[in-house]
Design a protein around this ligand. Structure first.
Ligand SMILES: Cc1cc2nc3c(=O)[nH]c(=O)nc-3n(C[C@H](O)[C@H](O)[C@H](O)COP(=O)(O)OP(=O)(O)OC[C@H]3O[C@@H](n4cnc5c(N)ncnc54)[C@H](O)[C@@H]3O)c2cc1C
Length: 253
């Protein structure tokens, strides 16, 4: 392991690898990522990895929309598949508050150039006939919505960063980060110490512990996040090819 880097990124999940990749794009090629286990072994591995262009916060919306469009380029650039699947997404509001939120997002979509528009129950039923739409107050449709393979995306960022000169060390936990008198950092691991001008904490749900290594108290709280995985549902399997045809029609309306 080399002894100096412009920046050391701690954590090899989606965020750490994305930061590493984007640093190289900005010309910071003397950069290193340290991951205590395997890349994607944190929460990234568990993500359903749904992609959508809008969020209640404008900056997150910009980031989400930017990355949604980046994945195809990333696949082309690195040759690493990102598992991009964009059949379109429906957003349902059953309460007044949710309707308000979706209508705000529709307005924001116009501002950011994201296609996110209201559809009628009949149109929604054509797009997804298996949903029970009773009691729904409004329905929004995002033709580019879908999901990616979070491991594939992380590996693609890592491949792009490595190709630009970044180093990635897996199975290398950071045990100390000590500030030096010149403002830089000694980043300590079991296989050696790296002097870094800048340290990036990308340790996800362990971000609080990693911040503590530098003497910072981050008031972070880990939240539970769940999804469920089903066996193949025959009615959905029977729809294969059906949804993509409908999507084409809906997108040209
Ligand atoms: C069930 C579930 C469903 C989700 N669904 C979605 C979704 O649909 N869409 C979406 O956008 N997001 C979704 N997410 C959220 C998404 O997974 C996370 O936002 C994202 O993976 C966070 O990435 P990260 O790189 O910050 O963290 P992580 O992937 O957790 O990476 C942090 C890394 O830091 C490493 N690390 C920790 N301490 C150290 C140390 N001392 N030294 C070295 N390395 C260290 C860990 O080993 C880990 O690999 C979901 C999450 C879950 C759990």
């Amino acid at each position: 392991m080399k002894e100096h880097a412009q920046a050391v990124v701690i954590g090899g999940g989606l965020v750490g690898c994305s930061v590493l990749y984007h640093l190289t794009k900005l010309g910071w090629t003397d950069v290193m990522l340290l991951e205590r286990d395997e890349l994607t072994s944190g929460s990234t591995w568990h993500a359903a990895a749904n992609i959508h262009g809008l969020h209640d916060h404008n900056n997150i919306s910009k980031l989400q929309y930017y990355t949604m469009n980046l994945y195809k380029e990333l696949e082309k650039e690195t040759g690493q598949g990102c598992g991009i699947f964009q059949p379109g997404s429906l957003y349902l509001a059953q309460t007044r508050d949710r309707e308000h939120q979706l209508r705000l997002q529709e307005a924001k979509g116009r501002y950011f150039g994201v296609d996110f528009h209201e559809v009628s129950v009949d149109e929604a039923r054509q797009l997804h006939p298996l949903v029970d739409y009773s009691g729904v107050r409004c329905i929004m449709y995002e033709p580019d919505g879908g999901n990616v393979d979070p491991s594939g995306v992380t590996q693609a960022y890592a491949a792009g960063a490595r190709a630009a000169g970044a180093q990635i060390h897996r199975f290398t936990p950071v045990t100390e980060t000590n500030q030096r008198p010149d403002g830089g950092w000694d980043v300590v691991t079991p296989i050696g110490t790296v002097k870094a001008d800048v340290v990036v904490n990308a340790a996800g749900l362990w971000g609080r512990e990693v911040a503590k290594l530098a003497g910072f108290e981050l008031p972070l709280m880990t939240m539970e996040h769940q999804y469920f995985v089903t066996e193949t549902i025959p009615e959905i399997k029977a729809m294969e090819g059906y949804t993509s045809g409908l999507r084409t029609r809906a997108a040209t309306r």
